[in-house]
Design a protein around this ligand. Structure first.
Ligand code: ZN
Ligand code: ZN
Length: 59
C-alpha cells in the first residue's frame, strides 16, 4: 500500500512546466548583448520548482 500523493498545479510556472528565464527576464537575450546562455534565446527555461511537470506535490 503506497501513499497517495496529492499534487497541485505549480504556482511558479502556472502549470506550464516552463517559466521566464531568470537570467534574461524572458527576453532570450543577455542584458549585456548576445543570446542568453541559459535559455539559448528561448526566453523560457524548465521550471526549477516542478522540473517541467507542471505539478508539484502538495504538502
Ligand atoms: Zn534567458
Ligand atoms: Zn513549475
Amino acid at each position: 500500500m503506497g501513499e497517495i500523493y496529492t499534487t497541485t498545479r505549480c504556482s511558479k510556472c502556472n502549470g506550464s512546466g516552463d517559466m521566464d528565464c531568470p537570467n534574461c527576464n524572458g527576453t532570450g537575450y543577455n542584458p549585456y548583448g548576445g543570446q542568453c546562455h541559459r535559455c539559448y534565446g528561448e526566453g523560457t527555461v524548465t521550471c526549477d520548482r516542478c522540473g517541467g511537470s507542471g505539478t508539484v506535490r502538495k504538502d
